[in-house]
Each structure stands twice: as structure tokens, then as C-alpha cells.
Design a protein around this ligand. Structure first.
Ligand code: ADP
Ligand code: ASP
Ligand code: MG
Length: 405
């Protein structure tokens, strides 16, 4: 008997009818002779609505309470799913992340899983139950509830699959798999049959929402194959696993984008040791992740320092950087919250010249200005105006011939 972990995303369980329809799919997997553990996300936009609700009470919700609040979204969907399965005549039980044995660190809203002790799940499986686990949450050593970051139910699923030594982890969502670019923005995007962990991790980290980056990371560490497929159809989906065949020719595998980008520039900074530390230490202390950092060559010992943060962190970042800028004698601070990041990704780009030039040309031909550029061995990222993202994606998709298999 195989053990399969399946995860259903928010749009797949958005209302009672969808929950009943997913329950029938789960029953089908059980009928094929498998043991089944299911992870569910909160229904539809529940998480966003809960965040809005908290903000109506206070502009700065205490992080512990916010995580506790958000965890209820997944509890609602997991209980309803267990009821839907009982209604179909199956034994099913819902568990919170804590009951499922998911222990995390104490970083609220972005907690990392430290270990999984799935004793209770195993006990329920032995009794013949289908186990429905509330995704996106865990519990600290001190019994406080944490959440794993937006999109984190994927990570719950892969962590459970690894801990239970499942055969595979199925991630069911509202698209038919992993595409060469977001199919909602690029009509020609092509579904990939398979993709390696390394490329998928890069795409996910750079904004391809279809999988949570931590889920891919765990998949890679535990060598757990992940299938991404549609909750609404039976088409085969995309397999993410190690050792996928390298493309015969060098090429870009996919394009990711992220519109949650803001830029901060500290202008007229004296160029002397200790300045970067003075600026970035307070940001690190406030748990603000800084992404791209660029320092201009200095002229007369004066330079500009530019970096990007998530748009949602911009106000906090500015309130920390402005006083530091003043104290170190910088001229002024400027910010721009209307930016986005587009990245081309592919292991085929390693040691092959010409990709960056081709990317810049494709953007130039659309009249898209590149504000910042960063690269790694297998990706090139450009920061551009957010309102040009769709044009950029389409142009890059065409330039790198991604519509062709
Ligand atoms: P779920 O609620 O099921 O977790 P998400 O909304 O988190 O679903 O992720 C699925 C969405 O990811 C798709 O609707 C699609 O718009 C977006 N997406 C972004 N990049 C890609 C890509 N490369 N391939 C597939 N989907 C992508
Ligand atoms: N409900 C959470 C979110 O909206 C987690 C998830 O869907 O994976 O981010
Ligand atoms: Mg998701």
C-alpha cells in the first residue's frame, strides 16, 4: 500500500461545492488502495480577509496574535473536508498543524519547520482514516502557533511527505502544472512535463507563486518527488525531481516575476568603512529582508546606495533608514514602490555567454528601462517598472523561444 500526501490550494477549496468535489478526488485516491494524508489551504481569499480584518482593529497587529488568527483559515477548510469525506462514507479526521506534530522556530509569519513528529497521523492512518491536516501552520516549543509564510501550505505538504516517507507529494492547484511563465500573464506559456529542484527553487524564490520556495527546498533535501497538477482536471501535471534530463541545447527554462518590489536609494553617502553596516544592521534587526543591493562607484568619496525590499516592508524600511542616513551625513533618501522583478532561469545558461545581452535587447526593444540587474549562475534578474511586467514577460518568452518544446 502506498502512502500519498496531497495538498489542495485555496481556490480548489473556495466553497462548499469545491470542497465536496475535492473530497471525491481524495476518495478516488483512497479507493486505489493508497493511504492518504491531505493538506488543505484556507478557503479562497480567507487569509487576505483575515489580514484585512486585523488591520481594521490595529495598524500593527501583534505578530503572535496575527499568526494565531491566520491559522484558523486552514482549520476551517480541514474540518469541512473531513466532514465532506465522512458524508461520502469514508473515515476521516482533521488535525491542526500542532496536532500533526509540526514544530517550528519562533519567527512569526515566516516560521521554519524544525521537526515533524507525525505520531498522531500514523495512528490515524493505522485505523484506516484519511487524515486532513491544516496547512501553513505549526507550533513552537512554547506551544505558540506560528505560520510558515504566504503560500506555506505547500511546505506543510512536502514536510509531511518527507516525515512519513510517502511515495510522492501531490500539489493540486488552479493551473495544470508549472509553466514556462505565469500562464495568467503569458498566453503562450507552455506546461513543463518535468523540472529539476534547482531550477524550480530558483523560479519559486524569484516569484513563481505556483510553489512555495521552502517546499522545493525540502523536496530537494529529502529527494521527495513533487507533482504539481490541476485540482479541476486529470491532465498529467509537472513532476519536480532530481536528476531530470538536461536539455540537449543550452536554454532558458522559465521566467519568473514578482511585483512585490520596492527600491530605496540613499543619495550622497560618504564612502567610508562601516556605512553599509550602519544602514543594513537596523533592517536586519527589524527582520526586513533586503534583496538586491547596488553601490555606485564613488566620485569625490561620495556614492549612492540602492537596495530593494518587499513593497509591504517599504514604510518600515524608510523609517529605519532615514534617521541613519541623516546621522551618517547622506544627502537624502528616495524610494519607489512601483517596481517589479523579472528573471530568466535555466541551468543551461551556466557558462554560456549571450543570455544577458539577449535579455537586455528584448527589454530594450519594448522600450522597457532596466533599473537594476543581478545575476547568479543560473539566472538573470532585472528590476523594471511594475506596469511593464506583462510586456516584459511576453517579449522574453518570445526571445528565448519558450513556447517551443
Ligand atoms: P494555490 O492556492 O493552489 O496554492 P497559488 O495561487 O498559490 O495556488 O499558485 C498558483 C498560481 O501561480 C497560478 O494561478 C498562476 O497564476 C501562478 N503562477 C506564477 N508563475 C507560474 C508558473 N510558472 N507556472 C504556473 N503557475 C504560475
Ligand atoms: N492560506 C495561506 C496563504 O494564503 C497559505 C497557503 O495558501 O498556502 O498564503
Ligand atoms: Mg500557493
Amino acid at each position: 500500500m502506498a502512502l500519498i500526501v496531497q495538498k489542495y490550494g485555496g481556490s480548489s477549496v473556495a466553497d462548499a461545492e469545491k470542497i465536496k468535489s475535492v473530497a471525491r478526488r481524495i476518495a478516488g485516491t483512497k479507493e486505489q488502495g493508497n493511504e492518504v494524508v491531505v493538506v488543505v489551504s484556507a478557503m479562497g481569499d480567507t487569509t487576505d480577509e483575515l489580514i484585512r480584518l486585523a488591520r481594521q482593529i490595529t495598524a500593527t497587529p501583534p505578530e503572535r496574535e496575527l499568526d494565531m488568527l491566520l491559522s484558523t483559515g486552514e482549520m476551517v477548510s480541514s474540518t469541512l473536508m473531513a466532514m465532506a469525506l465522512s458524508e461520502l462514507g469514508y473515515k476521516a479526521v482533521s488535525l491542526t498543524g500542532a496536532q500533526a506534530g509540526i514544530e517550528t522556530d519562533t519567527s512569526y509569519s515566516r516560521a521554519r519547520i524544525l521537526k515533524v513528529e507525525p505520531k498522531r497521523i500514523v495512528k490515524e492512518l493505522e485505523k484506516g482514516y484519511i487524515v486532513i491536516v491544516a496547512g501553513f501552520q505549526g507550533i513552537t516549543e512554547d506551544m505558540d502557533i506560528t505560520t510558515l509564510g504566504r503560500g506555506g501550505s505547500d511546505t506543510t505538504a512536502v514536510a509531511l511527505a518527507a516525515a512519513l516517507k510517502a511515495q510522492m507529494c501531490h500539489i493540486y492547484t488552479d493551473v495544470e502544472g508549472v509553466f514556462t511563465a505565469d500562464p495568467r500573464l503569458v498566453p503562450d506559456a507552455r506546461k513543463l512535463d518535468e523540472i529539476g529542484y534547482e531550477e524550480m527553487l530558483e523560479l519559486a524564490t524569484l516569484g513563481a507563486k505556483v510553489l512555495h520556495p521552502r517546499a522545493v527546498e525540502l523536496g530537494q533535501i529529502y529527494n521527495m518527488p513533487i507533482l504539481v497538477a490541476s485540482s479541476f482536471s486529470d491532465s498529467p501535471g509537472t513532476i519536480i525531481r532530481g536528476g531530470t534530463a538536461m536539455e540537449v541545447r543550452n536554454r532558458v527554462r522559465g521566467i519568473a516575476h514578482d511585483t512585490n518590489v520596492a527600491k530605496v536609494t540613499v543619495i550622497g553617502v560618504p564612502d567610508r568603512p562601516g556605512i553599509a553596516a550602519a544602514i543594513f544592521e537596523p533592517l536586519a534587526k527589524a527582520n526586513i529582508s533586503v534583496d538586491t543591493i547596488v553601490q555606485n562607484a564613488s566620485i569625490n568619496n561620495i556614492t549612492d546606495l540602492t537596495f530593494t525590499v518587499a513593497r509591504s516592508d517599504l514604510d518600515r524600511a524608510m523609517s529605519l533608514v532615514e534617521p541613519v542616513a541623516k546621522s551618517i551625513g547622506a544627502r537624502e533618501c528616495a524610494s519607489d514602490a512601483t517596481l517589479a522583478k523579472v528573471s530568466v532561469v535555466g541551468t543551461g545558461m551556466q557558462n554560456a555567454p549571450g543570455y544577458a545581452a539577449a535579455m537586455f535587447r528584448a527589454l530594450y526593444e519594448q522600450g522597457i528601462n532596466i533599473q537594476l540587474i543581478t545575476t547568479s549562475e543560473i539566472r538573470i534578474t532585472c528590476i523594471i517598472a511594475a506596469d511593464r511586467v506583462r510586456d516584459a514577460l511576453k517579449a522574453l518568452h518570445k526571445a528565448f523561444e519558450l513556447e517551443q518544446p
